[in-house]
Design a protein around this ligand. Structure first.
Ligand code: NI
Length: 172
């Protein structure tokens, strides 16, 4: 397994539409393993393939609490098949936006379908942080970022900070 470089916003890679995988084979399992290692190293609770420059519909998530046993989830071709009318707000962050957070409103509960690590179709009902995380990561596969779901004012503020961060990194 290896830790992959994470794309930092703004970057055109984060705006691309990802293609479904045909099956979860050894190649995709290796990608999932590397993505999990990258996510844990960051550390973060979710990571989508385009964040490591792979334009495939693959995400990994682990929302277990830090002191608890790890609960890694690997999902290929994930899709929301049901969403509650009730909404919930979370202070979201993203590994492509270091140190930036914003409150995002999304359906409180979702049912998702995906292909798991063993190439089996699975369905999961999620609420709380897991629900938010699944929706945030699926958004990435459609080139959509959490800042696209907040006010223009807050979005511009975050983008200014990100551009500054990239500039200072480029000069270092
Ligand atoms: Ni993200």
């Amino acid at each position: 397994m290896s830790v992959l470089p994470i794309i930092i916003a703004p970057d055109p890679m984060l705006k691309k539409l990802c293609v479904p995988v045909d099956a979860v084979n050894d190649e995709i399992r290796t990608l999932m393993d590397d993505m999990l290692e990258t996510m844990y190293a960051a550390p973060g609770v979710g990571l989508a393939a385009p964040q490591v420059s792979i334009l495939k519909r693959v995400i990994v998530i682990d929302t277990s609490r830090r002191e608890a046993e790890p609960e890694p989830m690997q999902m290929a071709n994930p899709e929301i098949i049901e969403a509650s009318e009730e909404l919930a707000t979370y202070d979201e962050g993203c590994l492509s936006f270091p140190d930036q957070y914003a409150e995002v409103e999304r359906p409180a509960r979702v049912r998702a379908r995906y292909i798991d690590y063993d190439n089996q179709v699975q369905e999961i009902e999620a609420e709380g942080l897991l629900s938010t995380c699944i929706q945030h990561e699926i958004d990435h596969l459609d080139g959509k970022l959490f800042i696209d779901r907040i006010s223009a004012l807050k979005r511009n503020m975050i983008m200014r900070k990100m551009k500054k961060l990239k500039k200072s990194k480029a000069m270092a």
